[in-house]
Design a binder for this molecule. Structure first.
Ligand code: COA
Length: 162
């Protein structure tokens, strides 16, 4: 069974990401969830915190591993010995950016395929930013993120003075 890398910022992981990870784990032999180290300029969580939150949320999946990377994604995927970049699509608005990335990654390394899965419609409105914004204003995010993330969000926002 092929090995896939699911890359992203995960600041923080949401139940939308979890939906994708859970389904990827059924399709691929091994899934490496890879947190980009030099992505977002001003993330709420450090890379180590994002990795720890993902590890806690993915505890139940025996074929899912959490890691972080910097530099070009295709280089990381090659070093991991994986042949697939796995991404979730929420809505048509995701398509243009994903299409551009998939074509560029293909140009950089034609041996690596990008595979997409549609996020369940239940989560298609979710993003890490919207969850952070709702939490910052005291809104309920209970069913939108894994349990550990809800607690971490509240203390991280306090730490930032939010
Ligand atoms: N459920 C919920 N939210 C989802 C989601 C899902 N299934 N899929 C994506 N999202 C959200 C994320 O939460 C994030 O929301 P935010 O903008 O509010 O934070 C947004 O969609 C996009 O996030 P993500 O999937 O993490 O993509 P990204 O743009 O942050 O990261 C990388 C893309 C890491 C794959 C890309 O930057 C990369 O490859 N970097 C390495 C350098 C490189 O190789 N560059 C060349 C690429 S061609």
């Amino acid at each position: 069974m092929p090995k896939a890398v699911y890359p992203g910022t995960f600041d923080p992981v949401t139940n939308g990401h979890m939906n994708i990870i859970q389904r990827a784990a059924q399709v691929f032999g091994e899934v490496v969830v890879a947190v980009v180290e030099d992505g977002e300029k001003d993330p709420l969580f450090t890379v180590e915190e994002r990795v720890a939150l993902l590890r806690e949320a993915c505890e139940g999946f025996s074929n899912v591993r959490i890691d972080s990377f910097s530099g070009l994604l295709v280089e990381y995927v090659r070093r991991q010995g994986a042949g697939v970049i796995f991404r979730g699509l929420r809505a048509v608005s995701d398509f243009e950016f994903e299409f551009q990335m998939a074509l560029m990654n293909r140009r950089l390394n034609p041996e690596i395929e990008t595979v997409f899965m549609m996020t369940d419609s239940e989560f298609s409105f979710l993003s890490s930013s919207i969850v952070k914004e709702v939490a910052a204003y005291g809104g309920c995010i209970a069913n939108l993120v894994p349990n550990g993330v809800e607690r971490a969000l509240i203390s991280a926002l306090k730490r930032k003075g939010g």
